[in-house]
Write a protein of this length. Sequence first.
Length: 269
Amino acid sequence: MDGDVHVTPRYLAGSPGYGDAGFAPVAHWPHHHLDEGPHQLVVTSPDHRIRIGWAGDDYDLWTISAAPDAVSGPQWTAIVNQNTPPELVVGLTAALAQDWADGQDRFLAAPSPYWADSVAPLVAAGWERTGAEVGTVELAAPDRNAGLYINRSRRDLEDGTQLWAGPPGWGTRAEITFSPRTPSHLIAATAAAFTDPTPAARWRESLHPELAARAQLKPVVPPRPPVPTPRDLRPRLGVRPPVQVGSIPRWSTATTPSAALPARPAARR
């Protein structure tokens, strides 16, 4: 089991400390284990144009990027911090794996000029627009525990799009930040992972108290063992010893001499 509680919504589950779920869609890609540098593991597309770096003990846990060729600088970058559930990162890595398999270089497409194309899954899930700062776009989840921020034109703020979840704090706020040239469909795929109703499994004792207080926790019920089939039971039965069957007649027309009766003592006179 991966935990003893199911956490809903999944964006409040925090990081379990490993990124297996996020790497699952690209598990067949080349893996590069590094002894030096900020990243312990770098997974690349077979042509090395998509790079997914994992820094197991850093604040920026994931660095995901794409480039026109294997040796050029990244065209766009996504930075994922250490509090982000890998169940959210899988939305991005799955989309990248599909784009690369299609062979159309969609992962290098120019972003849509319409910001709504990046946030369509959030709007469909009931996220509402908040804030009124000129040059920015802000959306909030119905529970106000997650949101999205886009800086479109304010020069005093960092450009790009950020998805966040959880209360502010070193151990609670999850953040996924996309650089300005990130394709819109990749941001939308990541946003869709925020709205996925599937819970995330976590160990209750490792879940941050502030996240546990805001989320819904349901105990994980272990699956019942499968009922054995006759084929499963057959080897356990073994071979029974054969029953001895004799040729003992139950009746016969022949008579056998009766046993001699004991002699009576002589009668006394």
